[in-house]
Write a protein that binds this ligand. Structure first.
Ligand SMILES: Cc1ncc(COP(=O)(O)O)c(C=O)c1O
Length: 386
């Protein structure tokens, strides 16, 4: 299964391709390592499906193919030991949309949403879109790994019906919560009679071979009843532009609330989105394994280089292709601006509720990553010169 795909070393040139990532900087020399979008071509099965669809030539409304339900049910069972019923699946054109629909669905019932910071920016804004107050509980560092701060959670005031929004694996810190952490979290959520929204968009990108992704809803029927799990092939197979995501909601009442919150507002994914999701999940596994190997190599190279840069503390991601860096000791006001001026475009930690931090996207060719790291290293060295 671990076939090497040499094309990871030779991604397409995305300049002028309407790419959000590559169009960001006016200066064409800035290497864009910000938004969570990889530079690689999608797997062959996906490319063939696009070709086939363009030859077919009709792009009308879509309907999810039965094969897509089947492959989702079989892979959640095989990969995540989670038995789901196809009727639990609700299609959505994106995950940010799903986070917002979740908040909308629980408005009136929840007195607040609870998130762990730093976090992917839409978690910080979704609840406010529905006037739902937000409680932020910072993650805590344990031996260089970000984890859940159970002490703060135990001190937090909650009301039955409140919403805990989990990012698992966690963007931006890269933590994959383990069974022990999840069981403690489940206990807390169940005891307090909360709802759980678990965004698992990065669950197919586990970089540490010995780790296993566990959906909380798979662990305990009491939490399953209260959980909206969000998944998508978009990040893993680089098909985010075709908008096909899904929620898994086993509780029929909760599912009805979620669907009601979508009604008249949220469109279905496009036909091609469904087809690409099926092609990716069904025939993209060898590619995915090879991608993970490649990302592991990129992670290793980045960690080793960043660890040598004075003023930076990098955190090795267990999952995702995103690497979180503490730059608060760098003697500059705005680290992300500083690196941008030195030719590397990183995500600004302030957007994740962590000013002074940075997020680096490893989803690019090793050669480009090496060039970006060399620029960062030179910039840091120049800072420490007398
Ligand atoms: C945790 C998480 N959720 C959701 C999204 C966005 O998903 P979508 O593009 O489907 O809205 C991202 C994108 O980076 C993400 O990292």
């Amino acid at each position: 299964m671990n076939k090497f795909f040499p094309e990871f070393d030779h991604p397409p040139n995305r300049v002028g391709s309407c790419s959000l990532k590559w169009d960001r900087y006016d200066d064409p020399d800035v290497i864009p390592l910000w938004v969570a979008d990889m530079d690689f071509k999608s797997p062959q099965s996906v490319l063939e499906t696009v070709r086939h669809s363009s030859e077919h030539g009709n792009f009308g409304y879509g309907n999810p193919p039965s094969g897509l339900f089947e492959i989702i049910v079989s892979r959640t069972s095989e990969l995540y030991n989670w038995t789901i019923d196809p009727n639990w699946i609700v299609w959505l054109p994106g995950m940010v949309c799903a986070l917002n629909v979740t908040c909308r669905a629980l408005t009136g019932e929840a007195s607040k949403a609870i998130i762990q910071t730093p976090i992917y920016p839409p978690f910080l804004t979704a609840s406010a879109n529905f006037d739902l107050p937000l409680a932020k509980v910072p993650l805590t560092l344990d031996n260089g790994r970000f984890t859940i701060d159970f002490r703060s959670l135990s001190e937090l005031k909650t009301q039955p019906g409140d919403l805990f929004m989990l990012c698992h694996p966690h963007n931006p810190v890269g933590t994959l919560f383990n069974k022990e952490e999840l069981n403690l979290l489940i206990q807390w959520v169940v005891e307090r009679d909360l709802y759980l929204c678990s965004d698992e968009i990065h669950c197919d990108l586990i970089l540490d071979d010995e780790l296993q992704h566990i959906p909380p809803a798979s662990l305990d029927h009491r939490i399953a009843e209260k959980t909206i799990t969000l998944m998508a092939p978009s990040k893993t197979f680089n098909i985010a532009g075709f908008g096909c995501s899904f929620a898994v909601i086993s509780n029929p009442g909760l599912r009805a609330k979620f669907k009601k919150a979508m009604r008249g507002i949220v469109p279905d994914p496009p036909a091609l989105g469904f087809l690409l999701a099926e092609a990716a999940y069904r025939d993209g596994e060898a590619w995915r394994f090879s991608l993970i190997k490649y990302l592991q190599g990129n992670r290793e190279m980045a960690m080793s280089a960043l660890n040598q840069m004075e003023g930076l503390v990098p955190y090795s991601p267990e999952a995702t292709y995103l690497l979180w860096i503490d730059a608060t000791n760098l003697p500059v006001d705005r680290p992300h601006k500083f690196f941008e001026e030195n030719g590397v475009g990183l995500s600004d930690g302030a957007d994740f509720d962590a000013p002074g931090f940075l997020r680096l996207n490893l989803g690019c060719s090793r050669k480009l990553l090496a060039e970006a790291l060399a620029r960062m290293s030179k910039a840091c060295k120049n800072l420490s010169l007398p």
